[in-house]
Design a protein around this ligand. Structure first.
Ligand code: SAH
Ligand code: MG
Length: 201
């Protein structure tokens, strides 16, 4: 088993080289603070990439386990290898496939859900994870302010065509979480914007 800090540095370099969009340095403290505060036993992640955010969370939580979904079968191999080298293989189950297809096949209860996959599907992901949430749970979503195009004072340009669907779906995500009964949501501007939605029942 290798030192986790060394592995995390190696993963950061790997992500930089191969342009894998792992949690940005600015967003990491928000993610870690939420993970510590929620102290989840079971975590569900949509969008594993190389397993960086999964490893960050597992490092904080010695008793937790994570189910993490990734549709890219090639990058999954990198994730499994990193998590194995970190000694986390027994606590991390990396599932290959599209999250929207797999969600209905997964059973709850998850204390923390991290949404970090296709941004145009965030509203579907929000609805899809509801039956999987523990009574007290937190749903964290990365990139919700996508390059400042999602919310603002109205002066921002109409997003260019390739981003339009994504931006409209992220706006819908924020509308959904803000109006969801029983949840209180905070939006942190760090990095690409992170929405943290707590349910305390
Ligand atoms: N959470 C990771 C980064 C994830 S990057 C970290 O911070 O370390 C987003 C990942 O989501 C990419 O690897 C991409 O292949 C994956 N993805 C995109 N759409 C998906 C979908 N519909 N289902 C599952 N994974 C998806
Ligand atoms: Mg992200």
């Amino acid at each position: 088993m290798e030192r986790i800090d060394d592995l995390l540095r190696e993963m950061e370099a790997y992500a930089r080289d191969k342009e894998v969009p792992i949690l940005t340095e600015a967003a990491r403290p928000v993610f870690l603070r939420t993970v510590r505060e929620a102290a989840p036993r079971r975590i569900l992640e949509l969008g594993t990439a190389i397993g960086y955010s999964a490893l960050l969370a597992l490092r904080e939580l010695p008793d937790a386990e994570i189910v993490t979904i990734e549709r890219d079968a090639v990058i999954v191999e990198a994730a499994r290898s990193f998590l194995c080298r970190a000694g986390m293989a027994a606590r991390a189950s990396v599932v290959v496939g599209a999250a929207e297809k797999l969600l209905p096949t997964i059973s709850g209860n998850f204390d923390l859900v991290f949404i970090d996959a296709a941004k145009s599907r965030y509203p579907d992901f929000w609805l899809g994870v509801q039956p999987l949430l523990a009574p007290r749970a937190v749903v964290v979503a990365d990139n919700v302010l996508f390059r400042g195009l999602v919310e603002g004072d109205g002066s921002e340009e109409w997003p260019k065509h390739s981003y339009r669907t994504m931006v409209l779906q992220l706006r819908e995500y924020l509308r959904l979480v803000r109006s969801a009964p029983g949840f209180r949501t905070e939006i942190f501007p760090e990095g690409d914007g992170m929405a943290v939605s707590w349910r305390d029942e």
